[in-house]
Write a protein of this length. Structure first.
Lengths: 279, 401
């Protein structure tokens, strides 16, 4: 046992330094106020009380939650479709995969700037659609734009994870299903989906956590205007614009706690149970 | 000869002690090369007190964070800062700046509005060296004489604007700092203000402030401000104007040179001119933008730094600026040839107003942006926006966190 601990020690030490230390540091910093002109004082949970009592935190939580609830299901559906396409593509397989994956390879800040350009009032999107929507100047339009760009950018990531899952499903299962008289829809529902469960778990988990932390798209497209100030936008605003390290740390600790609970819930709900798989 | 010991890392020395040596100047991006040229002139004269320019991020927020972190560490790395006029009060209240001699840096030779922008609580903390103020660009091929009042402006929108079918008036109306400036100009142009001169009294709940906000809200309602302008920052409006899609544009002096360069980017070169922004009953009041030079309290070479700041206000350096702070430069024939808007800008600067000077400026500007943006979008009535702002501003300026 002692030897096992020795082997684990380097990894544990690295984790402590790069994960635990900043997390604990932020929690510690969140217990101090941010006075102008004097040194910070210990105020216990004062920053948390301020965050939970004010409207901004709850509004940001609602917006981050909304983006997550809308964009993650869309990304799973679109990603599943793209994965099936990449899986089936015979000739030109490499080309299809490269094309599908391209949006995901562009850094998200670049994506946001590109779309901000295309979504200008006299921009190409309005021009092609023959409409005059103010994509960054109206509440619903701004929210739709952010969800749309997020789906455009990250569906390929979901597709990649699902594709890996698809490749591991043995052909025998489909043959057996076929022998039992299952059509292609039944094969999909009773063979493909259950077998994809681990891949879907990973995809939904990653995407949910990322969506809850969404920052670049609203920061660049709207700067948080038009009811798009997500939790991360709020944290960045507190720290960089307001120079309130303590309050910002409290907000980020709250965000961390929310992510932790949501991650546990997602794993609980989607965790494959072996007994179910056989059925 | 005495040997010089390495100076200990100290911030405060007895006043009057000579602190000479090389200095570091922290600034945003110097894209136009204006600062470089002025600094080179100094460096040629003062080999022992060289100024090193350190360019920080191009984003104003990130510049501010870099400066704040440096100050929080009580570092003497930056001696002089090129800091936004809106940050003066906060940096001073945080005790990061060295007070400056008003006679030396804000005397009668300096534009009064620029001098005021460096003052917090009766003390000068920012030495103006280059200024900026909103001005109205207009299509001189379509408009014979520029409108002085809002009524004249709306009349031209209904006549010339309708006939030509192009958008009439725009400024910066997206929800960011530019909106605060545009709203502050409209409010000041009707004789109102956000916070009183004592910086402690909220004064926004007034008929004048309502009139100012209503001017812009009605612009959106009646369509003489194009719908798309709710997304405009400086560059969006500049593009629209240069593409011939606007009759009037409120923007900063930098637009002039770009719009005057004929080519695919500007179809209106030679067809535009500038004027003061219009006001309720007479010419409006612009808001002073730009940056001031501030001296770090932690600087180890304050004497050299002060000398250099004074040099930046001298004719030698001022001649390089797009919008100098020395009053007499505006009448300089050479400068007028290079920058034809000088006489108009002088008139604007002599009547200009400043944004609220409060250590909580960031909280204040967010309150202004949030409420007035909702009013421009029609989600809040002018009255409601003003009442909400008054309550939230009271809270914002009183909180010391």
């Amino acid at each position: 046992v002692a030897w096992a601990w020795c082997l684990l020690a380097p990894a544990a030490a690295v984790l402590c330094v790069i994960v635990a230390a900043p997390t604990l540091g932020a929690i510690y910093a969140s217990l101090f106020d941010d006075p102008i002109g004097t040194t910070p004082r210990f105020i216990g949970l004062g920053n948390y009380r301020e965050a939970l009592a004010g409207g901004d935190f709850w509004a940001a939580l609602r917006i981050s939650g909304l983006f997550t609830l809308v964009s993650v299901p869309l990304e799973v559906v679109v990603g599943l479709g793209l994965a099936m396409l990449m899986h089936r593509a015979g000739a030109g397989r490499a080309l299809v995969r490269a094309t599908v994956l391209t949006p995901w390879t562009i850094p998200s800040a670049t994506v946001a700037v590109l779309w901000a350009w295309m979504l200008q009032p006299p921009g190409i999107v309005n021009h092609l659609l023959g409409i005059e929507v103010l994509w960054t100047g109206e509440e619903w339009a701004a929210k739709c734009a952010i969800v749309m760009i997020d789906v455009w950018k990250t569906s390929p990531f979901v597709a990649l994870l699902i594709l890996a899952g698809l490749e591991t499903i043995p052909d025998e299962l489909y043959e057996a299903a076929h022998m039992d008289g299952a059509g292609s829809w039944q094969s999909f529902v009773y063979v493909t989906l259950p077998m994809l469960r681990p891949a879907l778990l990973i995809a939904v988990l990653f995407r949910t956590l990322d969506a809850l932390r969404l920052y670049d798209l609203p920061a660049i497209l709207t700067g948080g205007a038009n009811d798009t100030a997500t939790l991360s936008v709020l944290v960045a605003r507190a720290v960089t614009s307001d120079l309130r390290a303590g309050y910002g740390s409290a907000l980020s600790t709250l965000t961390f706690a929310i992510l932790f609970v949501v991650a546990l819930a997602v794993i609980r709900i989607l965790m494959p149970r072996r007994t179910v798989l056989g059925g | 000869m005495m040997l010089l010991a390495p100076a200990p890392a100290q911030s405060q020395t007895s006043p009057g002690a000579e602190q000479r040596g090389p200095i570091t100047f922290a600034t945003g991006n110097d894209a136009s090369g204006v600062l470089r040229r002025a600094i080179d002139k100094w460096n040629r004269q003062r080999p022992d007190e060289q100024v090193t320019m350190l360019e920080l991020s191009t984003s104003a927020d990130e510049q501010r964070v870099a400066l704040a972190q440096n100050f929080q560490a009580a570092s003497s790395r930056y001696d002089v800062l090129n800091a936004d006029v809106a940050w003066t009060a906060e940096f001073a209240a945080r005790n990061w700046l060295e007070p400056l001699d008003q006679k030396r840096f804000a005397g009668p030779a300096i534009l009064p509005a620029a001098a005021r922008s460096g003052i917090f609580d009766g003390t000068l903390f920012g030495a103006p060296y280059a200024t900026s103020a909103g001005m109205m660009f207009y299509r001189s091929d379509l408009i014979k004489s520029p409108p002085k009042t809002w009524d004249e402006l709306t009349y031209l929108c209904q006549t010339v604007g309708k006939q030509t079918g192009i958008g009439c008036y725009a400024g910066q109306f997206a929800q960011y700092e530019g909106l605060t400036v545009n709203i502050a100009e409209a409010v000041a142009s009707a004789g109102g203000s956000f916070i009183g001169d004592d910086d402690k009294q909220v004064t926004i709940d007034s008929p004048q402030a309502r009139a100012g906000l209503r001017f812009l809200v009605e612009g959106f309602q009646r369509g003489w401000i194009p719908r798309a302008a709710i997304t405009y920052k400086e560059e969006d409006g500049r593009r629209a104007f240069q593409q011939g899609r606007l009759l009037f544009l409120r923007n900063w002096p930098y637009v002039y040179a770009l719009a005057a360069t004929a080519g695919p980017d500007s179809v209106i070169a030679g067809k535009f001119d500038v004027a003061p922004i219009p006001g309720e009953n007479a010419a409006g009041r612009s808001i002073v933008g730009g940056k001031n030079l501030m001296l770090s309290r932690f600087s180890a070479h304050k004497t050299s730094a002060l000398d250099w700041m004074e040099f930046m206000q001298s004719e030698d350096a001022q001649v390089e600026m797009q919008a100098p702070v020395l009053v007499k430069m505006y009448d300089d024939p050479g400068l007028q040839r290079r920058l034809p808007f000088m006489p108009v800008l002088k008139e604007i600067m002599l009547h200009a107003a400043i944004r609220p000077a409060t250590p909580n400026y960031h909280a204040v500007t967010l309150v202004i942006q949030k409420n007035t943006y909702a009013a421009l979008q029609g989600r809040k009535s002018v009255d409601q926006a003003v009442v909400d702002m008054a309550a939230e501003l009271k809270q914002a300026i009183s909180s010391r966190y």
